[in-house]
Design a protein around this ligand. Structure first.
Ligand SMILES: [Zn+2]
Length: 346
């Protein structure tokens, strides 16, 4: 609880921590002493503003107390990764070409790559977070990831054994939404993150928790039909939302028609599909991640459409915004997975 407060709100005095946690000041002092000993927090002196009486000493999280290794398998042709500190700042990066590896070969590459990254930091490691495409169980089994040829792969267990570290594995869109929620200024009122790339993926955080759904496929709005006779989709059906939002298709249309028309139409379609979701869950934010020149105008059109279609009370606080984390969202989110699992912060 104390780490969570320091993580979310920054440095605080022991008295502030007692107030916010409801714990006694004696308990808070004991816990802070333990955290100081572990090196996870440090004393920062008195706050800048003058006060009457003896100024309290602030304690704050030590960003580099521990490092986290994050691996991103969501990029088509490579395995990307980084070493990050506890505030999601990148300390080192690496990547390796996948070169068409699948199944066991891909698994071996991920294992070697993660081991290499764990050697890239001098700091003690808190754990390893992995973001993978596909459907992933809560305990880190990749149930189905067609692009990597993985079915029922015990990814978290296998990496844990070979690395000797705690390992957390989650779907890439869920990881990205976790990153936005933890590090990107995600609000408390519910957040949906849509990643626009070759396809469209989405993740949802409601009540501080990532939604998984009954079969781990929560957020799969890309293959909802929005036009009965629309273009053919990668999934074999016609008129899926993804056929209006995938980046290659948007770029192709913009080559033939004015960008404003193309992005306005795509944003309107997105808004029509999302309005029932926003209304049902009373979501506070929809965050779009993708090329900024596409995402910004598209987001404006989507926001207008959603506001027209939900009750004023749902529209009042609702915003559509671009991701604050950009391309690093997935890596930063994988760090958030480890923080949530090991320190209970989110
Ligand atoms: Zn489809």
């Amino acid at each position: 609880m104390l780490l969570q407060h320091l993580f979310g709100s920054g440095p605080a005095s022991r008295a502030d921590l007692a107030r916010s946690s409801g714990l006694t000041r004696v308990t808070v002092s004991d816990l802070v002493a333990e955290l100081l000993l572990e090196g996870l927090v440090e004393e920062l002196g008195a706050p800048a503003e003058a006060r009457v009486g003896k100024p309290p000493t602030l304690v704050g999280l030590v960003p580099d107390a521990k490092h986290v290794v994050a691996v991103d398998l969501s990029v088509d042709d490579q395995v990307a990764g980084a070493v990050l500190n506890l505030t999601g700042e990148v300390a080192a990066r690496a990547s390796r070409p996948l070169e068409g590896r699948r199944g066991e070969d891909a698994l071996a590459l991920v294992r070697d790559f993660a081991a290499e990254l764990t050697d890239r930091t001098e700091r003690p490691l808190l754990g390893v977070g992995v973001a993978t495409p596909g459907v992933v169980s809560a305990d880190g089994v990749v149930l189905d990831a067609p692009n990597l040829g993985w079915h029922d792969v015990q990814l978290a267990d296998q990496l844990k054994q070979s690395l000797g570290q705690p390992v957390y594995v989650a779907n890439d869109a869920n990881t990205a939404v976790m990153g936005e929620y933890t590090f990107g200024g995600g609000a408390e009122g519910g957040l949906m993150l849509l990643r626009l790339s070759t396809g469209v993926g989405a993740g949802l955080v409601v009540g501080g928790t990532v939604l998984h759904g009954s079969s781990g496929a929560a957020g799969e709005i890309g293959h909802v039909t929005v036009e009965a006779d629309g273009e053919e989709c990668a999934c074999g059906r016609r008129g899926c939302l993804e056929t209006y939002l995938s980046v290659p298709r948007l770029r192709r249309r913009i080559a033939d028609s004015p960008a404003d028309d193309v992005l306005g139409d795509a944003g309107r379609r997105l808004g029509e599909a999302l309005a029932p979701v926003v209304g049902t869950l009373n979501l506070g934010e929809v965050v779009l991640s993708g090329p900024p020149e596409l995402v910004e105008p598209l987001g404006r059109a989507a926001a207008d459409t959603i506001r027209e279609r939900v009750m004023p009370v749902s529209a009042q606080q609702f915003v559509v915004r671009p991701s604050a984390l950009g391309d690093d969202g997935v890596l930063v989110g994988a760090t958030g997975l480890v923080l949530a699992g090991e320190l209970g912060v989110s």
